[in-house]
Design a protein around this ligand. Structure first.
Ligand SMILES: Cc1cc2nc3c(=O)[nH]c(=O)nc-3n(C[C@H](O)[C@H](O)[C@H](O)COP(=O)(O)OP(=O)(O)OC[C@H]3O[C@@H](n4cnc5c(N)ncnc54)[C@H](O)[C@@H]3O)c2cc1C
Length: 423
């Protein structure tokens, strides 16, 4: 099903989820779409995201869902209202990948990983006539405004599409293709960017040798973390140089800003969030009957060896008084000395500010050039919010291209490619 020879040609640069959903919408509208990517295959970060279970979106009530985008929520609202969590699920199911809601409300494909979904998606795109130009690295524009790319041997290529969508991703996990190299290319065109920063990342902790040697890789389950009055329940993992995991990621933007301001931040770990301090103190007031401190803490407070080691790390001489010991277990201080680098983060904050694009995500300074996905300046916690906004902005940019070219935007139906082609 190739586009008609007279169809407008569109360059989508970056074949991650933002670029691919834009390509799908434009292909469905009958446009001649080429997806350029510097890597030998598409969607590498999406595949990586699927390693631990592809958390596509979240099933919570819409306003709560939207609030997770913080300052960017009002700007993302119309885009996410236009491509909602249930639309993302329907799209995934349309590709033969049933979804389910996990106990936390997060939505996953039943296959859990991303590879079956990506395979089905790429074959749908092929059916729509999408051209894939792989190992093509975008280098900016030449003096005539043509796109400039280089192939695997550095050979140059230029293209003059009717519109361009940049969907180059953030700068985490650069070996998967997105390394933030596009920042210099956009800045050279006068676009003021917000600096790229780690989001949903771990933090550095100057652990003692005891923690490092005995507990690296060990999980802290069913804990609660508190920072600046915000408490998150969940899990974390001790790494050789710090701490990672869902509960840490959820507080990561606040922690990152505090460390940027004051050089360090102290996180509080509640090792027994299910017990009140009073209840814990009562248990700890029981006679020790000659038990070692570790055995007593294990039996009376239900702490595991890692929890006990963290208590000792925070307070080598443990309080003997039950109330004070209970208070410590409910708020173990953990000094964070820095944020882990962007290369190791799950996602990227910063990028193209919304002030630089119009309501269709077209760069104000570069008519005909649209931006989608993680390269836009929004951030969100893990939980499916990253992919939802990535998809929604990809859809919005594609619709922006259609509006600019004066092509009617049909209601978005995401069934088989052959069923929804407009022209
Ligand atoms: C380990 C991990 C787990 C994750 N798990 C989840 C999850 O479960 N749920 C969730 O919502 N999100 C998750 N994410 C985040 C999610 O994967 C990203 O937010 C999403 O992939 C961003 O999509 P994108 O299309 O904007 O960018 P990307 O997926 O990064 O795609 C950008 C593409 O642009 C290409 N590119 C970059 N520069 C150039 C250039 N100069 N020339 C040509 N091509 C270029 C890259 O090769 C890449 O293919 C996870 C991320 C990581 C790292």
């Amino acid at each position: 099903m190739s586009p008609a020879p007279s169809s407008p040609s569109i360059a989508v640069i970056g074949g991650g989820p933002a670029g691919l959903i834009a390509a799908e919408i434009l292909g469905r509208a009958g446009l001649a779409v080429t997806v350029y990517d510097r890597m030998p295959s598409l969607g590498r970060k999406l595949l990586m995201a699927g390693r631990g279970g592809l958390n596509l979106t979240h099933s919570e009530e819409f306003e709560r869902f939207l609030a997770c985008y913080g300052e960017a929520a009002p700007i993302l609202r119309p885009m996410i209202e236009d491509f909602r969590p249930e639309d993302l699920r329907a799209w995934c199911e349309g590709l033969g990948q049933e979804t389910f809601v996990g106990s936390s409300g997060r939505v996953f494909p039943k296959a859990f990983k991303a590879s079956p979904l990506l395979r089905a998606w790429l074959s749908r795109l092929e059916e729509l006539g999408t051209r894939f130009a792989l190992r093509q690295s975008w280098q900016g524009w030449d003096a005539e405004g043509n796109l400039v790319l280089t192939g695997p041997m550095g050979e140059p290529l230029t293209a003059k599409p009717d519109a361009t969508i940049l969907a180059l991703g953030g700068a985490s996990w650069p070996r998967l293709g997105s390394d933030g190299g596009w920042t210099a290319l956009l800045e050279s065109r006068g676009i003021a960017l917000s600096p790229l920063r780690s989001a949903n990342m771990g933090f550095l902790v100057p652990w003692s040798e005891v923690i490092r040697s005995r507990f690296e890789g060990k999980p802290l389950k069913r804990i609660a973390l508190t920072f600046e009055g915000e408490t998150v329940r969940g899990e974390a993992v001790v790494t050789g140089d710090g701490i990672e995991g869902g509960a840490v990621y959820a507080l990561s933007s606040r922690l990152r800003e505090a460390i940027a301001r004051q050089g360090s931040a102290t996180l509080r770990i509640d090792l027994r969030p299910d017990l009140s301090t009073e209840n814990l103190a009562q248990r700890l007031a029981a006679p020790r009957k000659g038990q070692s401190a570790s055995t007593f803490l294990r039996k009376a407070a239900g702490l595991n060896p890692l929890g006990i080691a963290l208590l000792r790390e925070a307070s080598p001489a443990l309080p003997s008084e039950a109330q004070r010991l209970a208070a410590l277990i409910k708020a173990v201080p953990l000094a964070l000395s820095g944020a882990k680098s962007l290369g190791r983060a799950i996602s990227t904050a910063g990028g193209v500010p919304f002030a630089e694009v119009d309501a269709h995500l077209m760069l104000r300074r570069m008519p005909g050039v649209f931006v989608a996905g993680e390269m836009l300046d929004w951030e969100a916690p893990t939980g499916g919010y990253l992919l939802q906004a990535t998809f929604a902005t990809g859809v919005a940019a594609a619709k922006g291209v259609l509006a600019r070219l004066g092509i009617p935007i049909a209601a978005l139906t995401l069934g088989p490619a052959s069923a929804t082609r407009q022209s």
